[in-house]
Write a protein that binds this ligand. Structure first.
Ligand SMILES: C[S@@+](CC[C@H](N)C(=O)[O-])C[C@H]1O[C@@H](n2cnc3c(N)ncnc32)[C@H](O)[C@@H]1O
Length: 262
């Protein structure tokens, strides 16, 4: 099991409902500017960025070929929008496509190992115009702790362990941005309640964007069994919203803005 663009595309509504938290931190851009979106997924956040640069262009990059293929198929007719496979760790290869007025990212950077975070930020700074904006959101300290109380012990029972997500606190991520040479650093932890409409939506969230973080350490032969057990356990432990079929999942996000010096 790994990222699957078509399956993921059915389960992005909970991200899109909170995009405004990031977008309100993105300062106005020159109409002809270029924007880079790291970890663009199926491109439905990326596409909305074109409005910010009506005479410019937006490039979405992602490590996963299935996500990029779905993004390309869904946005064929938009000439200002392009997608390509490039992991965050390879941003340095994008120099010829820049410089960018802004680099943004949603729900991606916690998948980048902690050891790679500083070099990703340094490469991003190099891709920005002087004064260019870094404006990102991703999982922060405490992200999906409620799910993890159920999933981490279950993974251990299946021979795996806790996932290797990077969920920093404000001081850690601010320190990385300063170390990478950014200024006007503004980092917050924001708690959000993401409501899933019924048990099928909760299972879809798990299978489309959560469980692969556990599977890499679990024997392939037990993946299907783990996926079923994980869904059953999370639904069994979940707080159902009284009087409705909704399941609440607590997200904690790092929301960060910074600039390359002029
Ligand atoms: C939860 S999805 C978010 C996608 C999109 N930004 C959104 O908001 O819907 C996380 C994305 O990060 C991508 N990703 C994971 N590790 C990555 C890396 N090292 N470099 C670039 N993309 C990565 C995954 O392939 C996936 O598309």
């Amino acid at each position: 099991m790994e990222w699957n663009g078509e399956h993921y595309a059915d389960h992005t509504a909970h991200h899109r409902a909170f995009d405004h938290v990031l977008l309100e931190r993105l300062q106005p851009l020159a109409p002809h500017g270029r924007i880079l979106d790291i970890g663009c997924g199926v491109g439905n956040f990326t596409a909305g960025l074109v409005d910010r640069v009506p005479a410019g262009s937006v490039l979405g990059v992602d490590a996963d070929a299935s996500m990029v293929a779905t993004a390309q198929a869904s946005h064929r007719d938009q000439s200002q929008l392009a997608f390509q496979v490039t992991p965050a760790q390879d941003l340095g290869t994008l120099g010829a496509l820049g410089p960018f007025a802004a680099i943004v990212s949603t729900a991606c950077l916690h998948w980048v190992p902690e050891a790679d975070q500083l070099s990703v930020l340094q490469a991003a700074r190099d891709l920005l115009e002087p004064g260019g904006q870094w404006c990102v959101e991703f999982g922060g300290r405490g992200q999906v702790d409620g799910l993890r109380k159920t999933l981490d012990p279950l993974a251990i029972e299946f021979g795996g362990g806790p996932p290797r997500w990077f969920f920093p606190d404000v001081a850690t991520y601010s320190g990385l941005l300063v170390a990478a040479g950014f200024v006007d650093v503004d980092v917050h932890l924001v708690t959000q309640n993401r409501s899933m409409e019924g048990a099928a939506a909760l299972r879809g969230l798990l299978t489309s964007q959560v469980l692969f973080a556990y599977l890499s350490d679990i024997d392939d032969a037990r993946h299907d069994e783990f996926i079923q057990a994980a869904g059953d356990a999370v639904i069994g432990a979940a707080q159902v919203v009284p009087g409705s079929p909704k399941y609440d999942v607590e997200y904690v996000r790092i929301v960060a803005a910074a600039r390359k010096p002029l």
